[in-house]
Design a protein around this ligand. Sequence first.
Ligand code: DX5
Ligand code: ZN
Length: 213
Amino acid sequence: MVAPSLLSADFGNLESEMQWVNASHAEWLHLDVMDGVFVPNISFGFPVLKHVARLCTKPLDVHLMVVQPEKFIQQVAELGAFLMSVHYEACTHLNRVIAQIHEAGMKAGVVLNPSTPVCMLEDVVCDVDVVMLMSVNPGFGGQRFIPSTMSKLARLRRLLDESGSHALVEVDGGVTLDNASMLRKAGVDMLVAGSCVFSAPSPVEACNQLASL
Ligand code: DX5
Ligand code: ZN
């Protein structure tokens, strides 16, 4: 399954970008919110997200790269998002934040930066619906995949199996047509793909090709 990331879209042509996404085999639309504090970049905020939510027929996967993401749970729920993912590194009280996301009627995802080990999730994997590994340092599209993500994925798979968690595994950053099969074999359920899809000669074909792997 694949979730194209809006970060690499042409923001001057959101209607046509959403038209191809709606017609594609994409499972979700991935939305990256950045605050310039948790990550060294700023992306888009709720006015843009509301516009996109109106245009997009795919389920919305909202990835918050912000400090204190719990402040925005209500606004993300009001967008109609089905999944809100927060960073382990941004939540002092992660267990509470996960419960609050569920109370707001959404699925909850937890995200790990490349330098955060999988073992930090031992006590939450049974409470979350998605575990997402960053395979680049978050903040920018178009970066190169960090190879050590592969051994981390093996450790995550083991942790999920041993704890009986049914969380989906998502990988975000540097996904390409060249590494997608390897990621699938490593047990990745959802591939987030930004630049590799949006900069392709035919984004819809690139997206469908990733979805078929
Ligand atoms: C990076 C974002 C990603 C980004 C991925 O901080 O979280 O979702 O859009 O872009 P690519 O696929 O170009 O690495
Ligand atoms: Zn993302």
